[in-house]
Design a protein around this ligand. Sequence first.
Ligand SMILES: Nc1ncnc2c1ncn2[C@@H]1O[C@H](COP(=O)(O)OP(=O)(O)OP(=O)(O)O)[C@@H](O)[C@H]1O
Length: 606
Amino acid sequence: MENKDIKEKIKERFHYSTETVIDKPFNWQQMWRLLSYLKPYSRTLLPAAFIAVLISAVVRLVAPILIGKYTLDYAIANKDTKLLIILVTTISCLYLVSYIANTFRIRWMNMLGQNVIYDIRKHIFTHVQSLSHRFFDQRSAGSILVRIMNDINSLQELFTSGVINLLMDFILLIGVVVLLFTLSPQLTLAIMVIVPLMFFISTSLRKKIRRSWQTVRLKQSKLNSHLNESIQGIRVTQSFTQEKENIEYFDGVNSENFHSWQNATKRNAMFTPMVEMTNAIGTAILIAYGATLIANESITIGTFVSFAFYLGMFWEPISRLGQVYNQLLMGMASSERIFEFIDEKPNVADSDNPTILKSMKGKIDFESVEFAYDSSRKALNKISISIPAGQTVALVGHTGSGKTTIANLISRFYDATGGSVKIDDINIKNLPISELRSRISVVLQDTFIFSGTIMDNIRFGCPTASDEQVVNAAKAVGADDFICCLSSGYLTEVEERGNVLSVGERQLISFARALLADPTIIILDEATASIDTETEVKIQQALKTLLSGRTAIMIAHRLSTIREADNIIVLDHGSIMEQGNHGQLMEKQGVYYGLVKAQFTMLEVG
Ligand SMILES: Nc1ncnc2c1ncn2[C@@H]1O[C@H](COP(=O)(O)OP(=O)(O)OP(=O)(O)O)[C@@H](O)[C@H]1O
């Protein structure tokens, strides 16, 4: 294969399809929605910052009149020293007040911005916690991280300086225009000729800038998704010596990200020179026309100087408004992405009037259950299963036959697309999700270990459990032996995913975790697959403790672990092929018999 083809193939391998540019027009409704996060501070930080802004804006508006018109036209022209001293003192005091007001404005605005960012992040994280498995199936962890971190960070500037600058600049702009007209309407009108030109250029730039900030977010998301996947999968990458390809792809997304930033900042940078250019034209008009007006005594020199001050102040907020506008566009691009998550409804939700169970016995019924992860193929075809309370049922079958899907439906990680799943004869759609899940423990083959101590990890099953209860649960499943051998026993710190523990040890921790939760229903999905034969004997004993008095669903490829099950259901392509206990199925000499024989032969050969 040619080098170019290989590169294309690598690109195809890393495909993060769900991140697309959201291109909706600038939306005021969305802007208000974003600003609604300021509401909790509408009686505290917001009015305080507003007063500070008002004070500094008023000082800035009053000072040029005092400096130009009063100082030049009255105090200096009339050689009035007393008035001059009063003016100098007043102007100094005004600037001092403005300095103090500004200090507080910055402090309060920063506090306001931080608080708002904290609230938005909390809101999105809380919401993401409630989203269904389907949501996570469709997105990479990296792209979710970008929205919770980068997108929210990009709102920070908007809330710390943008919103209040906008207010300040608005007050300044209106004040300046009023004062300019009061000082000299002719001169003001002459200068205002440039405003429509400026307006035209800025609106034509607007769309492009917004689009380019969205592209930046998109590229960042792609970069983060790849980064996250690369780090999580580094062991596989190294074992297949794919580092070079990985680096090449990373380089590609990194440079896409770099160029998108370049492009966005290039477009952004066009705004300020444009304002400066119009400023220069305005100043030229001021000097040329102003000089004529002074010559024919239509205005005084003092008025001219005040006018020049105000004109400078007129371009300044316009220029800053441009910057704020860009912040606003960046914020809009990010907030669209944030609200997209916040508006995402969980696919699985509580019914309006859920049935509250006093106690759960654990009887499970699948009645003609159909399920498809996507419309193109069914994972379950009209499955009917009846599991009496307290029984152990094993699900066996080839890879992809639908075993895990059945377990997922019991916990309502997904809802059946046809038929019904019942627990204690109640459709689980009518049970409160949190209550349902609190009575089910799921032990997966790939146990997730959180960063913290072993004690914390087992206690995850029941946060209110005492240390003694945690140790007892570990002893009951035979995990105590290996935990005691660790450097700090139960207080040994394990990093995220428990990489320092063996797969079997992680599995034992998850057994203890499940036992501590004291569930009515327990689901073991390939839970004993990573345990050696010696440990398996121990585990079989532990399983007896774990499963006694509970309804259990065991998914196992290793058929030796499920011989004791009350019922064994054999699945194939989402349909039930046969069911019965080990003896019955062996006697029948059907699919199960074939599977057992095949495994037995494999072991013998091995
Ligand atoms: N999240 C998902 N999105 C889309 N399709 C999925 C998803 N999970 C599973 N599937 C598909 O649904 C079918 C049933 O998968 P399931 O995980 O239930 O099989 P299984 O019998 O548990 O397999 P295994 O023994 O390999 O764990 C498979 O064809 C699988 O590709």
